[in-house]
Design a protein. Structure first.
Length: 90
């Protein structure tokens, strides 16, 4: 199973930016501190009509170009009900 799709990141973003990276991945950008932004990638995969999964990955990007992983949340749904959730915070 392919968990990461190939897509092009936007060349520039600012707080409040949102958009699509591909057909199943949405990004949003929020202020974090005076020198960093939080970039959230939300991806949803529909495996079967009754099963889907979503992942949310949050990165902190600072003005000097440093990128750090903040958290990853994976969730699986069965007929619309959440049955598995895993959150990793760094």
């Amino acid at each position: 199973m392919d968990y990461y799709s190939a897509y092009n990141y936007p060349a520039t973003v600012k707080a409040g930016s949102t958009g699509m990276l591909d057909s199943s991945t949405v990004y949003s950008v929020a202020s974090d501190t005076a020198t960093s932004l939080l970039v959230t990638l939300l991806q949803t995969k529909y495996l079967l009509s009754s099963i889907n999964s979503s992942s949310q990955t949050i990165y902190r990007i600072d003005t000097s170009g440093g990128i750090s992983l903040v958290s990853i949340t994976l969730q699986d749904y069965y007929f619309g009900d959440l049955y598995k959730s895993l959150t990793l915070t760094f």
